[in-house]
Design a binder for this molecule. Structure first.
Ligand SMILES: Cc1cc2nc3c(=O)[nH]c(=O)nc-3n(C[C@H](O)[C@H](O)[C@H](O)COP(=O)(O)O)c2cc1C
Length: 363
C-alpha cells in the first residue's frame, strides 16, 4: 500500500503532488463584497501550502454573481478577481504545492437576499421547509449560459496561474441539484435517468476543457449519497464510471466521515471509499475526505483505495498537518480550539467567528 507521504503524479497533466495530502475546499467568509480575495484569505491558504499540503483547494467560489451562496465568498466571475487569484496561485506554487479553485454555483441555495435574484435550479423546488418560496426552473438558454460561465471561470483561473479546478458537484449545490432525482424532475434532455441528469456536469467538463490549456487539472467533487436532493449511491457509482470514461483527472468523494459505509446498504460493510474503489479500480484517481485527523486515519483511507486524502477541520486547527504525515503516530489535538490557537494558525477573527457555528469547534 502507498504511504500518504509518497508523491502522486497526475498521469494526463504530469503535475506532481509532493504527497497525498489535499487541503479540502473550505468556505471561510473572508472575501470582499465583490468576491475579490482578501489578504486574510490568501494568508490562510498560503500558510497551509507552507505547512506541507501537496494540493491546496480554495473555498467554493461562484462562477456567476447569481450563484453566490453566502457572504464573504470568493468569486471567479469577473476579470477584477484575477489580480487576487494570481497572487494566491503564485504564492501556492512558490511554496511547492498544486493549486485548485473549487468552482460552483449555489443554485437554489444562492439566496435572493445576497444575489438580488430568485434562486434557480434544475426544477422548481421548495427553498426551505418553512416557506412556500420556490426556485425558478432554468430555461434551456439559461443552462447553456451557466455552463459557459463555468468554462469562463476555469479559463480565468488558468490565466491567473492556477494548476486546475475542482467542479463542486457535492453538498446539494447546483450541479448536485441536477444530479439528484428529487431536485431534477425535468422531462427534457437535462433530466431523466442518471445518464441524463449528469448531462449538465458533463457539458461543463466539455466547456472547461475547450477553454483551458491541455495540462490544466480538471477534477470533480461529488457527494456519494445526498438524501435532500435525491442522490443515491448506485447512481453516484454509475456517474463515477461516466466521469472516469470522460477522462477527468480525479474524483473527489465527500464522505463527511471516511469510516462510514453506505446509509442505503447498511448490511454491506464496505466504506464509501471502498465502494468507489471497487467499482473504478485504478481508472481514475480517488480523493476521499471526512474525519481524517491522524496519520493512521489517512493510511486507513488509502488502504480502502483512496489515492489521496483531503483534510478540512484538522487543517484549520493545524496549518502544518501535512508536514507530519510521515510520522507514524502523528495524531494532533482535536477541537475545541481556543480563539488564540486559531488566530495563531492563521485564521482571521471573521473566520474564527464563522467556525463558532461549527458545533464544538471553538472553545
Ligand atoms: C469551515 C468549513 C467550510 C467548508 N466549505 C466547503 C466548501 O466550500 N466546499 C466543499 O466542497 N466543502 C466544504 N466543506 C467540507 C470539507 O471540505 C470536508 O469535506 C468536511 O469538512 C469533512 O472533512 P473533515 O472531517 O476533514 O473536516 C467545509 C468544511 C468546513 C469545516
Amino acid at each position: 500500500m502507498t504511504a500518504p507521504d509518497v508523491p502522486f503524479q497526475f498521469q494526463r497533466t504530469g503535475h506532481v503532488s509532493r504527497n497525498r495530502a489535499v487541503l479540502a475546499a473550505m468556505t471561510n467568509k473572508q472575501s470582499s463584497e465583490d468576491g475579490t480575495l482578501s489578504e486574510d484569505e490568501i494568508n490562510w491558504l498560503l500558510m497551509r501550502a507552507e505547512g506541507g499540503f501537496g494540493i491546496i483547494t480554495t473555498a467554493a467560489t461562484h462562477v456567476v454573481p447569481e450563484g453566490q451562496g453566502w457572504k464573504g465568498e470568493m468569486g471567479v466571475w469577473g476579470d477584477h478577481h484575477v489580480p487576487g487569484l494570481t497572487r494566491l496561485a503564485t504564492g501556492i506554487r512558490e511554496r511547492g504545492a498544486i493549486s485548485l479553485a473549487q468552482i460552483f454555483h449555489g443554485g437554489m441555495f444562492a439566496p435572493e437576499a445576497i444575489t438580488g435574484v430568485r434562486p434557480v435550479s434544475a426544477s422548481e423546488n421548495p427553498l426551505s421547509k418553512d416557506s412556500d418560496e420556490t426556485s425558478k426552473e432554468l430555461s434551456y438558454d439559461e443552462i447553456e449560459s451557466i455552463i459557459s460561465s463555468f468554462g469562463d471561470a476555469a479559463s480565468r483561473c488558468a490565466k491567473a496561474g492556477f494548476d486546475g479546478v475542482e467542479l463542486h458537484g457535492a453538498h446539494g449545490y447546483l450541479i448536485c441539484q441536477f444530479l439528484g432525482e428529487k431536485t431534477n424532475r425535468r422531462e427534457d434532455v437535462w433530466g431523466g435517468e442518471i445518464f441524463d441528469r449528469a448531462r449538465f456536469l458533463m457539458r461543463i467538463i466539455q466547456d472547461v476543457r475547450n477553454k483551458v490549456p491541455e495540462d490544466f487539472i480538471l477534477g470533480v467533487r461529488i457527494s456519494p449519497e445526498h438524501r435532500k436532493v435525491g442522490v443515491r449511491l448506485e447512481d453516484s457509482l454509475e456517474l463515477a464510471e461516466m466521469l472516469s470514461e470522460a477522462g477527468i483527472d480525479f474524483l473527489h468523494i465527500s464522505c463527511w466521515d471516511c469510516s462510514w459505509g453506505s446509509s442505503e446498504f447498511p448490511e454491506d460493510e464496505r466504506t464509501l471509499t471502498q465502494w468507489f474503489s471497487d467499482r473504478l479500480g485504478k481508472s481514475v484517481p480517488i480523493i476521499s475526505a471526512g474525519g481524517i485527523w491522524s496519520t493512521s486515519d489517512a493510511k486507513a483511507v488509502m488502504a480502502n483505495g483512496a489515492d489521496m486524502v483531503a483534510v478540512a477541520r484538522a487543517a484549520i486547527g493545524h496549518a502544518d498537518w501535512a508536514s507530519h504525515i510521515s510520522e507514524e503516530n502523528y495524531s494532533p489535538m482535536k477541537p475545541p480550539f481556543s480563539n488564540h490557537h486559531l488566530l495563531e494558525q492563521g485564521l482571521s477573527e471573521t473566520f474564527v467567528d464563522y467556525m463558532r457555528g461549527w458545533d464544538g469547534f471553538v472553545a
